[in-house]
Design a protein around this ligand. Structure first.
Ligand SMILES: Cc1cc2nc3c(=O)[nH]c(=O)nc-3n(C[C@H](O)[C@H](O)[C@H](O)COP(=O)(O)O)c2cc1C
Length: 175
């Protein structure tokens, strides 16, 4: 599978098969790809808590609200991405440049997770609609930035056409 195949065929899943569990060897490869993600000053200012079974259900409840994310009740694995401290150089860089490198790093980490998951035949949905306080209590972790829902899609889940800016809107060239 080429990277272009993955980019074209990965999509956010909101139709998980609650009966099909994620094989541990696949989960471990996904976590290894996450571990290899780049980050500002190589600070890796994040932590992943793998929640399965009843804990995944408790996390799912903390992602639902205002009619959003009801599908998470069927998700077998929830990867909770919380923050960890910067190293000295990243902390200094973030302060001097007023750039939130940690959020950028966490976005890249999530990309590694969802692309490797796709290669493994698994489906994902990145979740930003989350109740930080509740999830922190469950995971005993720092501030939660994102969650990646991980599992198998139901057989009737169809590939949707991609809705994206045109390449001309997205890209401009100078000289
Ligand atoms: C930071 C971030 C937060 C997101 N939060 C949610 C969410 O809480 N619930 C949800 O259903 N999808 C969520 N998504 C998925 C986006 O809606 C989705 O990536 C986008 O619509 C493009 O669709 P695609 O992923 O299927 O290509 C999130 C995606 C990102 C990157």
């Amino acid at each position: 599978m080429s990277f272009m195949d993955i980019a074209l065929n990965r999509q956010s899943c909101r139709n998980f098969n609650q009966k099909r569990q994620v094989e541990d060897e696949k989960l471990q490869r996904i976590l290894e790809c996450a571990r290899l993600a780049p980050s500002a000053c190589n600070a890796q200012p994040y932590h992943i808590t793998v929640c399965k079974g009843e804990d995944a259900h408790r996390i799912a409840k903390a992602t639902v609200g205002m009619g959003i994310n009801g599908f998470t009740k069927d998700v077998p694995v929830m990867l909770v991405i919380s923050e960890d401290s910067y190293n000295k150089t990243a902390a200094l860089g973030a302060k001097i440049k007023s750039i939130d490198y940690r959020s950028i790093d966490i976005g890249i980490l999530c990309s590694h997770i969802v692309f490797q998951a796709h290669e493994e035949g698994l489906s994902t949905c990145i979740l930003g609609w989350i109740e930080d306080k509740k999830i922190r209590e469950i995971c005993n972790c720092n501030k939660v930035h994102l969650i990646v829902a991980l599992g198998y899609a139901n057989d009737d889940d169809k590939l949707r056409p991609k809705k994206r800016k045109s390449i001309d809107e997205l890209v401009s060239y100078k000289s």
